[in-house]
Design a protein around this ligand. Sequence first.
Ligand code: GDP
Ligand code: IMO
Ligand code: MG
Length: 430
Amino acid sequence: MPLDIVIGAQWGDEGKGRMVDLLASQADYVARYNGGDNAGHTVTVGEQTFKLHLIPSGIIHSHTIGVLGSGMVVNPATLLEEMERLRAADVEITPRRLRIAFGAHLITPAHRALDAAQEAARGKGKIGTTLRGIGPAYTDKVSRHGLRAEIFLDPASLPEKVEAHLARANRLLTRLYTAEPLDPAPIVEQFRAYAETLRPYIGDISSLLHTALRKGKRVLAEGAQGTLLDLDQGTYPFVTSSTPIAPGALTGLGLGVGCVGRVIGVTKAFQTRVGAGPFPTEVEDSTAEHLRGTGANPWDEFGTTTGRPRRVGWLDLVLLRYALRVNGVTELALTKLDVLSGLERIRLCTAYRRDGETFTDLPFGPGSLEGFEPVYQDFPGWQEDLRAARRWEDLPDAACDYILHIEDQMGVPVTLVSVGPEREQVVEIV
Ligand code: GDP
Ligand code: IMO
Ligand code: MG
């Protein structure tokens, strides 16, 4: 059985969590491979809404095993909170059901303090990070100073390793950023306690998933963030520090290239972005309010992790085409189509124009988006409420035209369309 990968095809918050929840009904393992608690994945099942930050969204189905891969950065404090929240909602969280890669890196309070200090120091050029310590934790990983989850397996050497990390971080905080140093003693004690609780969850994820795939089990990889936030292929420097694109699933789970099956690119029917950076199809008029919502609905465009209003705009096929390329997307899942109901006109960016020249592909990748004018194709809107649609035939013609046009331009099928946040509010296109 192959590994199927769900990725965000935009700037994050595409609705990956709800699509993973849907696809996890057919999976044995669901594995997060990148990022940390900067992610916020929402799953709505009946009256219950789950907001997952570290644990894969597929954990809500009781038959799955959830995995945190070595490509992740894990804050043990928020992980333990999330484990408790899920238990309180009657989701089984035991070492049988949840496995953490020994090679996953740990986020400490010092990483969070450094994230805040670095953002403050960037001034006007700030990235608008989630302040969860993501960048500093990956920096430590790359500079080979990181703390990995495996330190929880050896309590004797843990204090020394945490102390060395904090001493180094304190030097940076005080000398480079003139920030307050952290008191090491309580943090070391906290990490000792985390070790006691989390030790039974830590294991060899690569071996676990490899064996599972060989036995014919189904593994679903859940990406966090999105293609345009990818460290290598995104809108650098306004990116996160991990690899959200599909190849990140292989390095982040320790699997080889031969096992990949479907690559499901999740994209909203429009486009959003949190934080700073270029956004060619951004809108700021009354349409923005329509797309964002006012905050009255739980699905309105305000960050799950930070509560910040998201920037909104029209779906950008130049960027989506790029996302298909760098991920090897085999099919698209289109979310939040219901939000477009009630608009007179719906715009789709099909190309960019600059200095009289038209581009359907990016000449220098998404890192240099400045100066492009979007070229729009306009579609008539529809007034019908889509939230009860469950089959293709239930969708108004104008909505079908919009979807068919996206498929046509992208050259891959749209296999899932969601029309509300609920697990059931999906049109599967067969
Ligand atoms: P993720 O980070 O990609 O998992 O996405 P988020 O959970 O951060 O953001 C998606 C938001 O849209 C959540 O509030 C979801 O409940 C909501 N949502 C997902 N799909 C749909 C949909 O089809 N329609 C509506 N109205 N809301 C949706
Ligand atoms: P999910 O998984 C949307 C953005 C931040 C910021 C940039 C860098 O829910 O789709 P970081 O804290 O990672 O160093 O911030 O990345 N960002 C996200 N935007 N969805 C996310 O996750 C994000 N995770 C990070 O807003 O612009
Ligand atoms: Mg999110």
